[in-house]
Ligand binder design. Structure first.
Ligand code: SAH
Ligand code: SF4
Length: 344
């Protein structure tokens, strides 16, 4: 069954046959622009709402909620209709409120350091399942206003290409989020980066680079064997030239692996010609990859080294480390308690 959020405007109107035509506008506006639940769109007669709710039940069932940063970070484990689980994280910052959404249940890319990669692939999410994560988070964020959406939860968004692009379009169009505040993170599916560049979507692209020599990246990110750095660099060049947008490079610092001076030099060579911005984050340890994130002093020194060589770099705040914020980690530890969240 399709989530209500997976329907196009025409499909939704089609569900309201026999009702006055303005009902479709009321419902569409209520759900998307106003961010109400179906039950809250009280301009629609109750019987109609009940019929819709039966035909299109919520796609996400909250299984577990973990709160940290004194409520500033909330992470949910959601069950899907077929029993698969995904994670969604809501983060309040001083200047923005961001939701991190999953694009797949699990992931087929097998990055060695990633809890989701260690668990393997279950399936692609539907458009409705991706959008419902955003709409639930938007309601939960109140009274703060959800401003940013990042595709950095479970899964590889560019492997679920049509859904990712469809979601970005809907969020920019119907939800009215500024497209500058939408970020798609990819492990480096080179042809899909080029395809995305041609879509004309003003979305920010983040590439999870983590290593800038092929031998090291082959180990961390198996997809590198298919699209090695030279191929990836060509795709990034196409992205920058075609979109004129800044590229972000994600670099999870791993002690003794990619935090050395040699690794720094390689990163500068990759990032500088692209004028890319580097986001540094110390690796979050996972059970399947027993190395450590770099110590805070090394993280700072690495950043300073980049900046000294003309590369923009910031250290990302590791939100919710205490609640296992890196993708896939809550799914690993969940006890499967069911929880209730607001607005459902
Ligand atoms: N598949 C996409 C998006 C989801 S992963 C991608 O790989 O980009 C989101 C981010 O979390 C990626 O940058 C990924 O490299 C990073 N990540 C995964 N496991 C991590 C860990 N244990 N510690 C720190 N970052 C991690
Ligand atoms: Fe998949 Fe991204 Fe995890 Fe790699 S880091 S396994 S691409 S979710």
């Amino acid at each position: 069954m399709t989530s209500l959020y997976g329907l196009t405007r025409d499909e939704l109107a089609g569900e309201l046959v026999g009702e006055p035509r303005y009902r479709a506008d009321q419902l569409w506006r209520g759900l998307w622009a106003e961010g109400r639940t179906l039950a809250e769109v009280t301009t629609i007669p109750r019987a109609v709402r009940e019929r819709l709710a039966e035909a299109h039940p919520a796609a996400l069932t909250p299984v577990e909620e973990v709160v940290s940063d004194r409520g500033g970070t909330r992470k949910w484990l959601f069950g899907l209709g077929d029993g698969a689980t995904i994670e969604t994280v809501l983060m309040h910052y001083d200047d923005r409120v961001t939701v991190c959404v999953s694009s797949q249940a699990g992931c087929a890319m097998g990055c060695t350091f990633c809890a989701t990669g260690q668990a393997g692939f279950t399936r692609h999410l539907t458009l409705g399942e991706v959008l419902e994560q955003v709409m639930v988070a938007r309601r939960e964020a109140r009274p703060a206003r959800l401003s940013n959406v990042v595709f950095m939860g479970m899964g590889e968004p560019l492997a679920n290409y049509a859904v990712t692009v469809g979601a970005v379009r809907r969020l920019a169009g119907d939800v009215g989020l500024s497209a500058r505040h939408l970020t798609v993170s990819t492990v480096g599916v080179a042809p899909a980066i080029e395809r995305l560049a041609a879509e004309g979507l003003p979305v920010t692209l983040a590439l999870s680079l983590h290593a800038a020599n092929d031998a090291a990246r082959d180990e961390l990110v198996p997809l590198n064997r298919r699209y090695p750095l030279e191929r990836l660099f060509a795709a990034c060049t196409a992205w920058v030239e075609r979109t004129g947008r800044r590229l972000s490079l994600e670099w999870a610092l791993i002690e003794g692996v990619n935090d050395t001076d040699a690794a720094l030099g390689e990163l500068v060579e990759f990032a500088a010609p692209l004028r890319a911005h580097v986001n540094l984050i110390p690796l979050n340890p996972t059970p399947g990859y027993l190395v450590r994130g770099s110590a805070p002093e090394r993280v700072t020194a690495f950043r300073d080294g980049l900046v000294a060589r003309g590369v923009n770099a910031t250290v990302r705040n590791t939100r919710g480390r205490s609640i296992a914020a890196a993708c896939g980690q809550l799914a690993q530890v969940s006890r499967g308690r069911r929880v209730a969240i607001r607005g459902r």
